[in-house]
Write a protein that binds this ligand. Structure first.
Ligand SMILES: [Fe+2]
Ligand SMILES: [Fe+2]
Length: 413
């Protein structure tokens, strides 16, 4: 989607506000909920268009259910838990064949690289996010720093917003890690290869540890936790509810983990907060194995196990997810808290999309994702012009996850 088209919904018809009347309370509440749902759907129009940019009807159909549950029903919001139906078959392997030496090596590496979130990090350190000598994020990473109003804020107000934006980002990482925990356990059940199942068991432990560590940092150190972003909910719902094991791999291990690797590395590079740097270093070391796992499992399966039509669907699905990830993580929950009374959401989206923060994220994220898509065979001649139109083809010659060590990833965030 061209960037200058992103606010086409500017001036969209607003849903009429509920008029106060003598209607029964229940009727009024239902009406308000319907209005809110319709407004959310209208606000989501650009995202739904992004989700169908490949024009593949099967892909669009697979994303409609998650989009309805995420944007209209808002199942991730205002509740303590959400149930998502998962439809897949567990695959028992009775041959116990150990026929994948690369996967076996990765399993061995994972077993010898485990760490304890409670004892291997020094949690006794306090985090003073108001200390101007140790900003959580640099001002250049704060999209509102481009506004004249930013200069009029006190140092305390700026620190509060840096704290808010970092808490929002880390909260989304936490929710993503819970999705990764479930996806890893599902993949372990349904992937056919025994070596892949054994490796998967270590990833379940890794992702549980990541949930633990991000939750501890957010609640004990930052003391702030945001709800899941609607767009992230849709992506996680789509991965959970798709019954095909390779789609779970593709969505979680290649796309979401690729995004996470880029984001974790970027934040680790720019934050001045020492405990957060340590948390991210430990998590990145694990995530490097996870993306490697996805590349190993899928490059073999896509080379030998699917027909042309199925390959096209995977290519289109990965492309649509790329567009979603590229355009739609716009921190609306942060906007609602700090800027909704100052500017329209469309103006906010403009600010975010043009910000150094988004530019930085896109570069680091697709530097990881695109070479992996190429390695697993989903960057065919048919797809190349589409990625080129998004400016993403420049990353195709980078090294895939299977060619990078954790140390190289840490040094090269
Ligand atoms: Fe993780
Ligand atoms: Fe992971």
């Amino acid at each position: 989607m061209p960037l200058d088209d992103r606010c086409h919904y500017k001036g969209r018809p607003r849903v009429a506000r509920h008029r106060a009347s003598a209607s029964p309370l229940r009727k009024a509440l239902m009406s308000m909920r319907l209005q809110q749902a319709l407004q959310t759907l209208l606000d989501s129009a650009p995202l739904l268009r992004d989700a169908s940019s490949s024009g593949n009807v099967r892909v669009l159909a697979s994303l409609l259910g998650p989009a309805f549950r995420g944007f209209v029903q808002r199942r991730g919001k205002g509740v303590v838990s959400t149930d998502i139906s998962v439809g897949y078959e567990a695959s028992f392997n009775w041959s116990y064949g150990r026929d994948d030496p690369d996967m076996a090596r990765l399993y061995h590496l994972a077993k010898t690289s485990q760490w304890d979130a409670a004892t291997d990090l020094d949690w006794s350190r306090s985090v003073d996010w108001l200390d101007p000598a140790m900003p959580l994020l640099p001002d250049g990473w704060m999209p509102p720093s481009k506004l004249p109003a930013w200069g009029r804020l006190s140092e305390r107000e700026r620190a509060t917003q840096r704290h808010g934006l970092l808490s929002w980002m880390l909260s989304q990482f936490l929710h993503g890690e819970q999705g990764a925990l479930f996806a890893a356990s599902q993949i372990t059940e349904c992937v056919p290869s025994l070596d892949a199942k054994l490796y998967g068991s270590t990833q379940v432990a890794d992702e549980g540890r990541h949930v633990e560590v991000f939750h501890a940092y957010l609640t004990q150190k930052l003391e702030k936790l945001y709800e899941i972003n609607d767009n992230l909910y849709v992506v996680i719902d789509a991965i959970m509810s798709d019954g095909r094991w390779d789609m779970k791999f593709l969505g979680m291990q290649i796309m979401i983990e690729g995004l996470a690797l880029g984001a974790f590395g970027s934040i680790r590079q720019v934050t001045s907060e020492p405990l957060l740097k340590d948390v991210l270093r430990s998590v990145i070391t694990d995530e490097a194995r996870h993306v490697h796992y996805g590349v190993l499992a899928l490059s073999r399966f896509y080379r030998e196990g699917i027909d042309e039509r199925a390959r096209r669907e995977r290519e289109d699905w990965a492309f649509d997810l790329s567009v979603l990830l590229r355009n739609r993580f716009l921190a609306h929950e942060f906007y609602d808290e700090f800027y909704a009374h100052r500017m329209t959401r469309c103006a906010w989206d403009e600010l975010m999309l043009q910000s150094d923060l988004m530019g930085f994220f896109r570069r680091t994220m697709f530097r990881r994702i695109v070479p992996n898509l190429k390695r697993i065979g989903l960057l065919s001649a048919r797809m190349r012009p589409r990625y080129a139109s998004l400016g993403l083809l420049e990353y195709e010659h980078g090294r895939a996850a299977s060619e990078l060590t954790a140390k190289e990833l840490l040094d090269d965030a």
